[in-house]
Write a protein that binds this ligand. Structure first.
Ligand code: RP5
Length: 162
């Protein structure tokens, strides 16, 4: 299947976080591709990836990075596709560095920034699916089923003690 979502990250070390985005895309039946693309270690690859993304059929890019997390912003500078940024939890500053790097884009080049870590990656997967669902009825149905299941899980288990 032609990938509609690109899931990229600055390092293999980001995978334990970013796999949660991929897990959601799989659950929701969204075709995706995933790659390591580093803003500072492979800048030419970053430019090629971002510039060719729309022509290759991608509809949205999820970019995760930690520390001086310039990957999402640099990707956004090279494509008109929506870019969702996931701040990876860094060891030194618990992801606050990543969050502030990604969220503080100057007006004019937006990055939709998610929460630090697993929750952010999970929600990036869901948001990307919601974007794809605007033109894809089967993903729309999968999203509705996912929401119904979440609601049912809460309603069926009202006692917090288990
Ligand atoms: C960033 O530097 C990556 O996104 C990663 O979160 C962080 C550390 O990378 P490694 O040194 O673990 O490769 O570019």
């Amino acid at each position: 299947m032609q990938p509609k979502v690109g899931v990229i990250m600055g390092s293999r070390s980001d995978w334990p976080t970013m796999e949660h985005a991929v897990n959601m895309l799989e659950k929701l039946g969204v075709a995706y591709e995933t790659r390591v693309v580093s803003a500072h270690r492979t800048p030419d690859l970053l430019f090629d990836y971002a510039k060719s993304a729309a022509d290759r059929g991608l509809q949205v890019i999820i970019a995760g990075a930690g520390g001086a997390a310039h990957l999402p912003g640099m990707v956004a500078s090279q494509t008109a596709l929506p870019v969702l940024g996931v701040p990876v939890e860094s060891k030194a500053l618990s992801g606050m560095d990543s969050l502030l790097s990604i969220v503080q884009m100057p007006g004019g080049v937006p990055v939709g920034t998610l929460a630090i870590g697993k929750a952010g990656a999970t929600n990036a997967g869901i948001l990307a699916a919601q974007i794809v669902a605007l033109q894809d009825a089967s993903v729309r149905s999968a999203l509705q089923r996912f929401r119904d299941e979440q609601t049912r899980n809460v309603m069926d288990n009202p006692d917090p003690r288990g």
